[in-house]
Design a protein around this ligand. Structure first.
Ligand SMILES: [Zn+2]
Length: 527
C-alpha cells in the first residue's frame, strides 16, 4: 500500500535542535560535533543543528562544524519566517540563519490560524506572504529549503483551507520539502494517515515530510503511517529525546522503515544501528533504556526457560529479527526461574562438560536461588556468575582472602575531599599483608587499600579500574535499613566485566563486588 512507489526516503535528525529542548539535556560544542560525526557515519542525510541566532554556543558550533568533511550528511540551520512588518533582507534572525553557512535551512512557519491571529497577532494574508518571501529569500541565495509546517495537523483540523493555503505559499516561495509537523504531539495515527494521504495527492511534485512529537505515545506509529501515505522525508531524534515527551525515535523508525517496510532511508549498514544509538546516548550523557526496541540491552534477552530452549533450537521462534541485523546481541538471562537450560548455555564456554542431568547443574541452580534470595542478581553480572559457578564446581581457588577490613569517615573531610579511611588485611598463600588508604568515600578508600595490599603480589591489577557503580535499594519499605544490591563495571582497557554484591550493608555489598572484580581479572589472566 506504500505510495509513490520509487521511494528514496531521507532522514533528518534534530537531536541537536529539538532534542536539545529535552529536560536535563545540554550539549557542549564538542558534544554537538561528536554527534554530527556519529550520525554522518551512519548515513543520515540531514542533521538539523540549531539556530545560530538563538545563542552564541550555536553560532560557535556552526563555525566549527563548517570545517568538518562530512561523507553523507548535510547540515541544516533552523529558524523562523521573518518578522511581520520587516522585509526578510532587513530581518536580523534571517541574516543570522544565513550566516550559519549551511547548504540547507529549515524554516518554520505558522499553519494554524489560531497561532497567526492570537500569537503572532498578524492577519492570515500577512502570514502567507511572510512564508512565501522568507523561503524565496533563501532559495535566491542557493539554499535547499525545508519548510517546517508548524502545528500543521491542528491547523488543518481547525481550518483546512487555510492550512493548505500556507503549504501553497511555501511552494510559491520555492520550498524543496513540505514537512508536516504534529507540534503538540496530540494527533492520532489514522488522522495523520488520512491528512498526509490527501496532501500526497494534492502536492504530487514536492517531497512531503513528517515531524512527530510523542505526547500520546504515537510518534513512531504516526511517522510510519505518514510514510505509508507518501511522506518521503522523516524527522526525529536518535533516542527519541525532545521537548515534553520527546520526538519520534529514529533508532526505532529507521529499522522499521528499512527492515520491516523494505524501503531505504539511510546509506549506512543497519549493523551499525546499535552502536550509533549507544554513542548518541553516551554523548547526551544518558543511558540507552534496556527495553528500547532493536537497540536496548534487553531487546534480544531471554529469561523464561521455555523461551531460552526455543531460541536455542530455532532463533526466530522467539525473535522477530536476528539481533546481529541491527548490531545487537542475544543474551540468556539467569534467574531462579530460567532453569537448567539457561545454566548450560551460560556455562558452555568454561564448563562444557555439564549436562542437564549433572548433579552440579542442580547445585548451581540451588546456589543461584539462595543468592537471589539474599539480593544477588546475575543477569547483568556475568563475571560474578562465572566465579560463583566455579566456586560451586570447585574449579577455582581464590587468589587472596580478606581476613579483616575497617572503614571510618569524618566530617568535615580531611584535605577538603578525602573524607574516609580504610584498612584491609589480606592473606596470599602463607603471607599476610596489611594496607591503609584514604578516599573520597568509604568504598573508594577500601578499594584503594585493597589494591595496595594485594598489588605487590599481583601487579596486573594496576590496570583494572572501575567504570560504573550502581546501587539499587531492594526493600524500599525499610528505607535506610534496606538491603542493597551493588553492580560494579570494571575494565582493564581491553575488556569490560560486571560483578555484583548484595547486603544490608552498602559497604559490604560494594566490597564483595570489588573483590569479585579483581578475582575475575586474575582468573582471566590465568594467574
Ligand atoms: Zn518539534
Amino acid at each position: 500500500m506504500t505510495k509513490r512507489s520509487a521511494r528514496n526516503l531521507e532522514i533528518l535528525d534534530t537531536t541537536l535542535r529539538d532534542g536539545a529542548q529535552a529536560e536535563g539535556v545540554s550539549f557542549t560544542v564538542s558534544d554537538k560535533i561528536e554527534i554530527v560525526k556519529t550520525l554522518d557515519a551512519f548515513g543520515v542525510k540531514y542533521i538539523e543543528a540549531g539556530n545560530p541566532g538563538s545563542n552564541p554556543k550555536d553560532a560557535a558550533f556552526f563555525e566549527e562544524a563548517g570545517k568538518l568533511k562530512l561523507e553523507n550528511a548535510r547540515l541544516v540551520a533552523f529558524g523562523s519566517t521573518h518578522r511581520i512588518g520587516v522585509r526578510p533582507e532587513d530581518d536580523g534572525g534571517v541574516h543570522s540563519l544565513l550566516s550559519a553557512n549551511t547548504p540547507c535551512v529549515s524554516i518554520f512557519g505558522k499553519c494554524w490560524d489560531l497561532h497567526v491571529t492570537e500569537i503572532l497577532k498578524a492577519s492570515l494574508e500577512e502570514n502567507l506572504s511572510c512564508v512565501r518571501d522568507t523561503l524565496r529569500f533563501f532559495k535566491e541565495r542557493g539554499k535547499e529549503v525545508i519548510f517546517d509546517a508548524e502545528h500543521f495537523f491542528d491547523g488543518y483540523l481547525n481550518n483546512p483551507a487555510y492550512a493548505v493555503r500556507v503549504l501553497e505559499a511555501a511552494c510559491e516561495g520555492g520550498a524543496d520539502v513540505l514537512c508536516l509537523c504534529d507540534t503538540n504531539g496530540g494527533t492520532q495515527p489514522l488522522k495523520i494517515y488520512e491528512i498526509a494521504d490527501m496532501l500526497s495527492a494534492r502536492f504530487p511534485g514536492i517531497r512531503l515530510g513528517i515531524h512527530c512529537h510523542n505526547d500520546t505515545g504515537c510518534a513512531v506509529a504516526n511517522s510510519l503511517l505518514a510514510v505509508e501515505a507518501g511522506c518521503d522525508h522523516v524527522q526525529g531524534t536518535f533516542k527519541g529525546i525532545g521537548e515534553r515527551c520527546g520526538n519520534a525515535d529514529l533508532s526505532v523508525i529507521i529499522p522499521d522503515i528499512q527492515l520491516k517496510m523494505g524501503l531505504r532511508c539511510v546509506s549506512g549498514d543497519m549493523e551499525g544501528l546499535q552502536k550509533t544509538a549507544a554513542r548518541v546516548a553516551d554523548i547526551s550523557n544518558m543511558t540507552l533504556p534496556g527495553d528500547k526496541p532493536y537497540v536496548g540491552a534487553s531487546a534480544f534477552a531471554h529469561k523464561g526457560g521455555m523461551h531460552i530452549d526455543g531460541v536455542d533450537k530455532v532463533s526466530r521462534s522467539f525473535e522477530h529479527l536476528p539481533p546481529q541485523a541491527v548490531g545487537n546481541s542475544r543474551r540468556f538471562l539467569l534467574s531462579e526461574v530460567s532453569g537448567k537450560k539457561a545454566v548450560l548455555l551460560k556455562t558452555r564456554d568454561f564448563a562444557p562438560w555439564l549436562s542437564k542431568d549433572s548433579p552440579e547443574t542442580g547445585a548451581i541452580l540451588a546456589r543461584i536461588k539462595e543468592l537471589e534470595h539474599q539480593g544477588y542478581q546475575f543477569e547483568a553480572a556475568d563475571a560474578s556468575f562465572e566465579l560463583m559457578v566455579r566456586r560451586v564446581l570447585g574449579t577455582y581457588t581464590p587468589h587472596f582472602t580478606v581476613s579483616m577490613y575497617k572503614t571510618s569517615g569524618e566530617f568535615p573531610p580531611h584535605d577538603d575531599k578525602l573524607s574516609s579511611n580504610a584498612m584491609v588485611k589480606v592473606i596470599v598463600g602463607r603471607e599476610t599483608e596489611m594496607a591503609a588508604a584514604m578516599g573520597n568515600g568509604p568504598v573508594h578508600a577500601l578499594d584503594q587499600a585493597l589494591r595496595r595490599a594485594i598489588g605487590a603480589f599481583y601487579p596486573v591489577l594496576n590496570d583494572v579500574y572501575l567504570v560504573d557503580y550502581k546501587v539499587r535499594v531492594l526493600e524500599s519499605g525499610q528505607a535506610a535499613g534496606s538491603r542493597v544490591r551493588v553492580l560494579i563495571e570494571s575494565t582493564d582497557g581491553a575488556r569490560r566485566w560486571t560483578t555484583v554484591g548484595a547486603s544490608t550493608d552498602i559497604i559490604e555489598a560494594s566490597f564483595s563486588a570489588i573483590v569479585d572484580s579483581l578475582e575475575y581479572k586474575l582468573l582471566k589472566e590465568n594467574i
